[in-house]
Design a protein around this ligand. Structure first.
Ligand SMILES: [Zn+2]
Length: 567
């Protein structure tokens, strides 16, 4: 613990073998070296801290090694290797384009390119954050890149590949570095901890790895911080206290509330977490990950993938037994969707609260197997009963603002009352003839429910579509074909859960509108996802893209070529 050296520097890998989490990429590089198939320019792309510069340095060292090993690695012993390892080799030149992006900076680099190496075979020029070069600098560099001397190799590194101009891209061999997996990071931190005689709880390292978000450099520097303030005893508690990491204990409590369908409790827990200063998106994406971890624990075969200490693993195991697979699938889906929508939401807190309410409902709805995923609402007249509405208000009242419980039930009630009124008033009174039954005052106030046909329904449905303002939803409405079933039940088959949810959100409006058009207040809706696979329609950009790519794989290469990304 006394002369503690910053881990990120001390544990920088010296061989391809020891680079963490980029196995296929380092193997390809090693093979290229062994087969003597070197390009003049490489582009290393990927997030920060995943090993781009490290690999560039190892590459430079390896191609200059005087006695390379049989497996393609540098010997780390010859004069050239030693010069590299001691940072005194003249065969490597690093330029950080983030701070040196002028034409002059590039000129001083290209001037050097012509001078051949004195020891070793290659001079390697690493340009970090190459996307930061000015346009002029880029152009000046392009000339050198087009006709490099045989001893020069360029390695360009960037976190933002899309900012690299095509003329540069087309001259480089491109390597995409990925984020490093949590387990890989945990393993490596464990190795560092052992080497440094630091005791570290596995779930503490796990929390560090999560915090580092796939970057090894960040993981190591966080590890260093924790080591320094915890005096060499890295515990889970010390990590979450000092790094503002959300304690998974919250997720356990939250899931208990969700499973019990306890909306108030879940909203209170959310309030507590927000009160600790955690970002909403962090909570939501953390929740999605948590459900995923619980799902992993359900299967004895995958639980080995779950790298935490035994005590924590046991907690997850117990919880996983309480959750059905259906619940977890749906919970992951809903949380993930909330995560994706979060950025665009105007009322972010409400978005999370809605997520929790939906999650609470998951275990308190008819099983999808029994009822074909139907979301059925009570007939209009029943919803009017005052006592039920009051009870529902009490159950769903948002604890933060009890004076203003804006619950769906209240507005539902209002809309329905108005609509029922309108229906009874708008009922055309036909010109009374002598034989007609006289219309009594009492009868006028009775809501008249007329029979209607499938054809009537179709017309009313198209009319409803006409007044929908959201073009996407309008399309959905026009694409489904509502079917009149017994007892004024309208069965609406949709093609995916997203459509189901969107239409279900509109239930009150749809029913109100149809009640007016069809003069019937007894209408109920059954919006369900059709089981017919042929009817499947993709939804959401990503889903549509995958659907298209499956039909025409050329789309994939097109997307790759232009570096298209779907948010
Ligand atoms: Zn060597």
């Amino acid at each position: 613990m006394d002369n503690y050296i910053v881990s990120a520097r001390k544990y920088r890998p010296a061989t391809f073998q020891s680079v963490v989490g980029q196995k296929s990429l380092t193997t390809t590089l090693k093979n290229a070296i062994q087969n003597n198939k070197l390009a003049h320019a490489y582009l290393f792309c990927g997030p920060r801290g995943v090993g781009k510069t490290t690999c560039a340095r190892i590459f430079a060292k390896t191609i200059n090694c005087l006695h390379p090993k049989a497996d393609g690695e540098a010997c780390n012993e010859c004069e050239s290797c030693q010069a590299f390892n001691e940072n005194r080799s003249y065969n490597i030149y690093e330029l950080d384009a983030a701070s040196n992006n002028s034409v002059d900076d590039i000129r001083s680099l290209t001037d050097q390119v012509r001078i051949p190496p004195q020891i070793g075979r290659y001079k390697v020029y690493i340009i970090d954050e190459v996307h930061m070069l000015s346009t002029q600098a880029f152009n000046a560099f392009l000339k050198t890149l087009e006709e490099p001397p045989h001893h020069a190799i360029f390695i360009l590194a960037t976190t933002e590949k899309h900012k690299i101009i095509p003329t540069i891209l087309s001259r480089c061999q491109i390597y995409d570095f990925s984020r490093i997996g949590i387990n890989d990071i945990v393993d490596y931190l464990e190795y560092v901890a052992q080497s440094e005689n630091v005791s570290a709880e596995k779930e503490a390292l796990n929390a560090i790895a999560q915090k580092a978000d796939g970057g090894m450099r960040d993981a190591l520097s966080i590890f260093d911080q924790v080591v320094s303030f915890s005096a060499g005893n890295v515990t889970y508690k010390s990590v979450i206290e000092n790094l503002n990491v959300l304690d998974y204990e919250y997720y356990f409590r939250l899931t208990d509330a969700l499973l019990a369908g306890n909306v108030s409790q879940s909203l209170l827990i959310l309030n507590e977490i927000l009160g600790k200063g955690f970002d909403g998106q962090q909570i939501v994406s953390g929740l999605a990950n948590f459900f995923r971890d619980v799902l992993v624990c359900k299967d004895p075969q995958t639980i080995v993938l779950f790298e935490v200490g035994d005590a924590v693993k046991e907690k997850y195991l117990v919880l996983s037994r309480q959750c059905s697979v259906e619940f977890l699938y749906k919970a992951i889906e809903l949380s993930n969707e909330c995560d994706l929508n979060y950025r665009y939401s105007k009322n972010k807190r409400l978005l999370i609260e809605l997520l929790l309410i939906r999650l609470c409902q998951l275990n308190h709805q008819p099983s999808p197997v029994d009822d074909k995923k139907k979301i059925k609402l009570e007939p209009l007249v029943e919803a009017k009963k005052e006592p039920e509405v009051k009870q529902a208000q009490q159950e769903q009242a948002v604890p933060k603002a009890p004076e203003k419980p804006v619950t769906p039930e209240v507005s539902t009630n209002e809309v329905i009352s108005k609509s029922s009124l309108r229906v009874s008033l708008k009922k055309p009174v036909e010109a009374p003839t002598g034989e007609e039954h006289p219309v009594t005052e009492a009868a006028k106030n009775v809501v008249l429910d007329e029979r209607f046909t499938q054809e009537d329904l179709k017309t009313a449905w198209i009319n409803y579509a006409g007044k929908e303002e959201d073009a996407h939803l309008k399309n959905t409405i026009l694409n489904v074909n509502p079917q009149l079933s017994e007892n004024n039940l309208i069965r609406i088959a949709v093609f995916n859960p997203d459509q189901q949810r969107k239409l279900t959100d509109k239930t009150v409006e749809i029913k109100t509108f149809l009640a007016q058009q069809l003069r019937n207040t007894q209408i109920s809706l059954d919006i369900f996802v059709t089981e017919d696979e042929k009817q499947y329609l993709p939804y959401g950009n990503k889903n549509i893209f995958e659907f298209m790519a499956e039909k025409n794989p050329a789309i994939l290469s097109l997307a790759k070529e232009f570096n298209l990304k779907l948010d």
